[in-house]
Design a binder for this molecule. Structure first.
Ligand code: NDP
Length: 258
């Protein structure tokens, strides 16, 4: 029970990677807060955790600072304290060539992927400072380290997340708080499935061909599973992970080597 009695907020905890992290943390004794915009998803994940732990589903839009503040207020009421662990996982990924990257698409990515991470971290850190212990885990992407065609807004937002991670990690390093980023390649979730649909729609390739092309971006020729990402998040959240700070750890089969 590596996370016994810890309070962990997982944004985007209703499905995909966030859901897997929530289930893994609950299995290790954490009380988990699942925050996303779709009530049905967070309630379903909370129900799945059931007797295994205490789960609080909260409807929250991380790009809206008032909604984030409300979520933290609900955590305080429910658990009597702030979060020990914050996983900034909520995110969107849409692709478009530069000429079709309109203001809305650009702002949406910055607001959810980058500002959402900032708002939640700023709200979570005071309680961590009080306790002298905390973990912030940002689910970024290898697109936070490299570029690729048609994902300028997504890649820019994820590069921003790494800058935020490294700066806050140094600011809080002597206070018992670590701040790290996880940088996955393609993970087998709805987001990757939408990527397949997109390639199919735009290139006329079959779904199988599109999936093969996506797999080939990894030297392991496969998608990463959500459980693999959750296992890494558990290490970063645990006591044993206390020496790992300010890192952006790739989990991509070796596609990006820095
Ligand atoms: P999914 O689309 O399956 O899940 C995304 C989650 O984020 C959902 O729970 C969604 O809930 C939530 N979310 C989106 N916008 C908001 C918002 N404004 N406020 C609160 N919650 C929000 O994606 P994944 O699980 O695949 O992705 C999770 C993270 O991992 C993302 O940050 C993504 O960029 C990153 N990642 C994913 C990769 C992949 O291949 N899947 C690769 C690399 C990184 P709702 O819509 O209900 O709000």
């Amino acid at each position: 029970m590596k996370l016994e009695n810890r309070i962990a907020i997982i944004t985007g905890g209703g499905r995909g990677i966030g859901r897997a992290i929530a289930l893994e943390f609950a299995r290790h004794g954490a009380r988990v807060v699942l925050a996303a915009r779709t009530a049905q998803d967070v309630e379903k994940t909370a129900a799945q955790i059931g007797n295994e732990g205490t789960a609080l589903p909260v409807v929250c839009d991380v790009s809206d600072v008032a909604s984030v503040q409300l979520m933290f207020a609900r955590v305080l009421v429910k658990f009597g304290g702030g979060a020990d662990i914050l996983v900034n996982n909520a995110g969107i990924a849409e692709s478009a060539p530069l000429a079709k990257t309109d203001d809305d698409l650009w702002q949406r990515h910055l607001a959810i992927n980058l500002s959402g991470t900032f708002y939640c971290t700023r709200a979570a850190v005071p309680a961590m400072l009080e306790r002298g212990w905390g973990r912030v885990i940002n689910v970024a992407s290898i697109a936070g380290k490299t570029g690729a065609p048609y994902i300028a807004a997504y890649a820019a937002s994820k590069h921003g997340v790494l800058g935020l991670t490294r700066s806050i990690a140094l600011e809080l390093a002597a206070k018992g708080i670590t701040v790290n980023a996880i940088c996955p390649g393609y993970v087998d979730t709805d987001m990757a499935a939408r990527g397949v649909e997109n390639v199919t729609a735009k290139t006329g390739r079959s779904a199988e061909q599109a999936l093969e092309a996506i797999k080939k971006t990894s030297p392991q020729n496969r998608l990463i599973t959500v459980e693999e990402v959750a296992a890494l998040a558990l290490l970063l959240a645990s006591e044993e992970g206390r020496g790992i700070n300010g890192q952006a750890i790739n989990i991509d089969g070796g596609a990006v080597l820095f």
